[in-house]
Design a protein around this ligand. Sequence first.
Ligand SMILES: Cc1cc2nc3c(=O)[nH]c(=O)nc-3n(C[C@H](O)[C@H](O)[C@H](O)COP(=O)(O)OP(=O)(O)OC[C@H]3O[C@@H](n4cnc5c(N)ncnc54)[C@H](O)[C@@H]3O)c2cc1C
Length: 292
Amino acid sequence: MWQEYLFPSSVEEALAMLAEREGRARLVAGGTDLIIELTEGRRAADCLVDITRIPELDEIALEDGMIALGANVTHRQASESPLIRERATVLAEACRAVGSLQIRNVGTLGGNVVNAMPAADGTTALLALEAEAEIADGVGRKWVPLPDLFAGPGVSTVDSTREMLTALRFQALGERQGSALERIARRRALALPILICAVVVTLSEGGENFESARIALGPVAPVPFRASQAEEGLRGAPVSLETMARAGEIAMQESHPRSSLLRASREYREEVIKVLVRRGLERAVQRAISNL
Ligand SMILES: Cc1cc2nc3c(=O)[nH]c(=O)nc-3n(C[C@H](O)[C@H](O)[C@H](O)COP(=O)(O)OP(=O)(O)OC[C@H]3O[C@@H](n4cnc5c(N)ncnc54)[C@H](O)[C@@H]3O)c2cc1C
């Protein structure tokens, strides 16, 4: 268990605290994942550097058509933000689906991403939004595409004993665009999903065809997954129930859900993928049509 618990007031101070302790200190935000891992002995840290008092990490802003979220934005803040609800609906829906109100009050999007679980709700929506993450270390800051952060189930390329995810950003959705989240879980509260599907669509001028579609699924692979073949099949295709059902079929074929005692059999989850992708597309299309 940790012996030291620190509250830096800036990103630079937090990184300096980590550097001084040479791998023995780790960042903590809401602590909803980390404290359990430390208690169960799945991780070790002599010192926790609590980043929840760093003001810049709480911001939600729209600038030049991009939405930027500080790493400490909680699931509750994201799900209740009028900007996120209107311009990134899929993310608001994903954050609203997380755990219980207590978890949503303190669990952060930065922690959700760095924890790198293939079933993570916020992360799956951010993947469909083609988000990037800003990573800060002792040298400087750089923007990295979200998929580059995932190295395996629960394994991030962000080293939280040395680096910090400071912000997330993505293009705000606008004209002819719509998004939606479909999720199935064993019960409403306190459970990671059996399956989650986040969809973002862009329609052609008159709304007859798909210009593009992005479909993120979890947990169907070791890392959060984009159904790229289904996306490719929708490019330029007519907006019809048939094409959306076909996209569900393709997404099912290209993903690899495993049988799991916690999350049902592979066969069941394959059937559910088809349904969630089709439903997600239908809802996203309805929203895009209202934005024509
Ligand atoms: C009962 C319960 C129910 C849950 N239900 C859901 C659910 O339905 N859906 C879901 O997706 N998740 C769920 N979770 C998981 C968890 O709440 C989320 O993943 C949450 O977003 C984690 O954020 P946090 O701020 O608590 O992270 P923490 O626990 O503070 O940190 C998680 C990891 O990220 C690192 N870290 C945190 N912030 C940063 C940063 N800015 N830069 C670098 N490293 C960082 C930490 O060192 C740690 O390794 C649940 C958890 C519990 C306990």
